[in-house]
Design a protein around this ligand. Sequence first.
Ligand code: ADP
Ligand code: MG
Length: 688
Amino acid sequence: MNTSLRNPLSCIDQPFRQKLAKLGIRSELDLILHLPLRYEDETKLYSIRGAPESKAVLVEGVIIHCEIITRPRRQLICRIEDATGVLSLRFLHFYPNQVKSYTIGTRLRVFGEVRSSFFGMEMIHPRCRIVHEGASLADALTPVYPTTSGITQRNLTKLIQQVLQSDRGADYLAEILPEAVLAKYRLPGFKESTNFLHHPPSETSLAQLESRTHPAWQRIKFDELLAQQLSLRMHYRQRRNYQAPALHQKGYLTKMLRNALSFALTSAQEKVLVEISRDLSTAHPMQRLLQGDVGSGKTIVAALAALQAIENGYQVAIMAPTEILAEQHYQKFLTWLVPLGVKVAWLSGSQRKKERERELTEIAAGHAMLAVGTHALFQEQVQFHRLGLVIVDEQHRFGVHQRLALRYKGTDTNWIPHQLMMSATPIPRTLSMSYYADLDVSVIDQLPPGRLPAMTKLIDESRRDEVITRVREACHAGKQAYWVCPLIEESEVLQLKTAVETYEQLGRIFPDLKIGLVHGQLKVKDKSAVMTAFSLGEIQLLVATTVIEVGVDVPNASLMVIEHAERMGLSQLHQLRGRIGRGNDEGVCVLLYQKPLSQIARERLRIIFEHNDGFEIARQDLNLRGPGEFLGTRQSGVPLLRFADLQCDMDLLEAARETADYMLNHFPENAQCHLQRWLGDRKDYLRV
Ligand code: ADP
Ligand code: MG
């Protein structure tokens, strides 16, 4: 098959080409894939009296009156008549030529919505054409294309039809999918589908076209999803082709840690460990995403995975997105691993040069088997002796994930390390199937036993006093509490100011409590001193900005107050709330809000109030915001979908996923052609 599928639009002049480029049209094939947004039906002619209301239709009549009026504003009013009645046409913008040509007796064919008004039946700004009696009607529905200023619908229609009918059109439209795939999913041909969508015969159901459930649309959406799956699966396979050290399950270190734990792993933790452990023992790099709701116990899973690497004499790097979290991991891994005789190193951006150099030497010499840190771990100077596994906690906080492990494709080794990504932002299954098709996914779908879901209370700011009483009672009863400051997204300075003010104000309100403050601008040393004091119980009330959002784990803290909860996003609220109820006490999360609430803020508060399950919250969040915003710009390595809709096209997505693997295994050339057709040059830039 011809792979030069994408001929440039060389016959079109430069300025017009630039306008087309704004629509994403750069080649003749792009024109074919520029599909209509909707359709208008100009295949039927209605009589004036028979025209249905509030639906755009075609009507025809002879001009009986035409005038420009100036009140209430300048406009052209024109009346046409047929055998059944009279229809007024009203134009707020019009040209002198138009007025000149609308002489009495001229026959006009108009397309628009009929409304009944004070003056009788009326159409505002219809599309008009002067015709002679009996002029033929359109033989197909009229496509309405996405467009931009300077390009008319007529321009687009003409260009697209030209390509479809050209000799090259046949090449562009050649069938790429194997017969078996078409048959299995009952999909129509590509050529048939595109021709149909650009030119649907008059009897086609508009409803089926508009809801995109028509088989021709299904085919296009399937193709689009297939291209996405193919590109992700190909990258997965390419990375999988690298070598990695086979880290066999030896068991002695992992067993020692298990024995030392004060709890037994949940069966969900055991299940994901089996999956991870199996990956580690193969000679190709693991690329696994571990998902689990806040508090589901991912850290211990990471520790056991790390020990499997260490047992084999390979080093492990664990990276966390914030200093607070990295520090907390460091402390935790010290208590877990040092008794086993494993040396742990610590790297952070703000550490003193001397200390840093000492840690770097330990890592390079292979004395430290585990290195914990922030992204400082991924700087050039950090040389490992034998790195076998990279673990990235809260991976959604970082950029495109795959590059990290490749960074360690050292010059003197021919392998890349295994990689484990962890995320507490649960991604609904549809999204994860679509956007993480280049990863294997494990899910911890169970919380440790005895965890009571946090009780959530929505309280109006005006009842702040009651909340204060509650905080005091809890702290006097030996519990600890968080007070989360309002989020000021626009300005870090204001954010800091608010945090300090809140801290001072609470200090005056609670002279009887030991209060601490932690925020993003604090020096790392101070930050960790505060966190340590809080986890030791020396601080009773911790005033904090959202820096505590990820990963922080202080089991005795069971009460959290969040100010201006209406400003926060759902996943942020869920993460924050996940900080409490980690010990044996039931957690209580007070969401203080200030009225008036916007529609979306009200919805968010309702969802967080009604649900505790992170996956359910994420699913509703996705419904609320749509996939683009839900995933945010961080995931921008993945092509966005133009036609398919992850919420409605789940079946197609499953089919596309199956087909991608089938084609890569049995029809690799067709797979390449398909990618070329759908992604063109873009395919090489995705998540390399
Ligand atoms: P997350 O998945 O949010 O990272 P963590 O790993 O921080 O969760 O675990 C939350 C808390 O639960 C920690 O205090 C941890 O020690 C504890 N934990 C983890 N697994 C279990 C278990 N199987 N039984 C009881 N407690 C557990
Ligand atoms: Mg965690």
